[in-house]
Design a protein around this ligand. Structure first.
Ligand code: F6R
Length: 365
């Protein structure tokens, strides 16, 4: 049921705080240590792993990009992210020291399954992050992490994405602790911060009327661009996909530093440019990029942390979100972009839960 909401997508956006809590808290013991019961990788197994791939499609691959940041930063293992339809037809460098992590909400995506089978045939260990118990992806994997987001009905993925990011943070922390690359103090600090994301998401949702107004501002455009740097570029990519699939607007995300190398040619009077600015070390650079696109007529909507008034001064519209560790910001920054996609879709009279030409689970190539 839609639980009192008009559409499944909005219900699922509102399910996100619970999805975060369920995915995290049900795996913490009394000492707040993480237990990944369906992952049998030991300390020795992890020490033998020299390389990881994360392979998935669409939104799940964006969660993989966040996962790369988390695993490399915390567990110090190099990670490559690829989309399943490319990976399966490439000649990936895989051996018995490779861990392949696949991410699939449905657990039935054809290309993702094929990628797993290829990696297994070359001796890799395969860990699946999936939302569906007993799905094909879960059955094919050596190790499984179930996201406890509950059934996702809307074609556009929201709560599964959030839960996948939480899964990656937990896997990264668990691996890091086993490998000795984080202190116990830092481990607990991060667990506390992950838990604290749930009420922060609730806070962003309270602001939904203001976000709706911003969506009204861009509903009649023909295209929209998203900019970010570092982990914010990942949010930009996910946000662009979300708006594209349910509004049918032409959208694209750019790494802000690439603007001058081509994309800035697209910016015209009134072009909406949504900028994600949450990373301390990259804020100045993003402010320069905002000025550059504004000088070409862009209408800039910025998503940034509360209190970052420098960003507020240069943007046309601003969405403030609460602050947490830079590494965890993608869980918060994506929420307003989901709401924007939802409201633009509705304003354009689209079937938000069942967008044209798309299926919830892509079981054919
Ligand atoms: C976008 C979306 C798709 C899926 C992709 C993978 O909102 O839902 O991009 O993320 O088709 O699906 P799963 O995760 O089921 O493998």
């Amino acid at each position: 049921s839609k639980g009192g909401f008009e559409h499944f997508m909005m219900k699922e956006i509102y399910d996100q705080p619970q999805a975060i809590r369920d995915t995290l808290l049900r795996r913490l013991d009394n000492n707040r240590m993480i237990h990944l019961d369906d992952i049998k990788l030991t300390k020795e197994d992890l020490e033998a792993i020299t390389k990881m791939y994360v392979v998935a499609c669409g939104t799940a691959s964006h969660a993989g990009l966040v996962g790369k940041y988390a695993i490399e930063k915390l567990a110090k293992i190099p990670v490559e992210v690829d989309i399943a339809s490319e990976f399966r037809y490439s000649d990936p460098f895989i051996d018995e020291h490779t861990l392949l992590i696949v991410v699939s909400q449905s657990g039935e995506t054809a290309d993702t399954l094929a990628a797993m089978k290829l990696a297994k045939s070359k001796g890799a260990r395969v860990l699946a992050i999936t939302n569906v118990v007993g799905s094909s992806v879960a059955r094919e994997a050596h190790d499984v992490f179930y996201t406890w987001a509950g059934p996702e009905i809307a074609v556009a993925s929201t709560k599964a994405y959030t839960a996948q990011m939480i899964a990656f943070y937990m896997i990264a922390l668990d691996f890091a602790y086993k490998k000795g690359t984080v202190t116990l103090e830092r481990y607990h600090e991060l667990i506390d911060r992950i838990e604290a994301l749930a009420p922060l998401v609730e806070k962003i949702l309270e602001n939904k009327e203001a976000i709706k107004t911003i969506a009204e501002d861009i509903k009649d455009t023909s295209s929209a661009f998203y900019l970010g740097r570092g982990i914010d570029y990942t949010t930009a990519r996910e946000a662009a996909l979300k708006l594209k699939e349910i509004s049918y607007l032409y959208t694209e995300a750019f790494a802000a530093g690439e603007l001058k190398h081509g994309p800035i040619a697209l910016i015209d009077q009134g072009t909406p440019v949504l900028c994600v600015v949450t990373q301390k070390a990259l804020e100045e650079k993003m402010i320069s990029n905002i000025k550059e696109v504004k000088a070409r007529g862009a209408f800039v909507i910025a998503v940034t942390k509360e209190g970052h008034s420098e960003v507020g001064k240069v943007a046309d519209d601003i969405i403030y979100i609460p602050e947490t560790e830079d590494l965890l910001m993608p869980v918060l920054s994506v929420i307003p972009t989901q709401l924007i996609a939802y409201y633009v879709s509705i304003a354009r009279g689209n079937d938000v839960d069942k967008p044209r030409n798309l299926a919830k689970s892509v079981t054919v190539e």
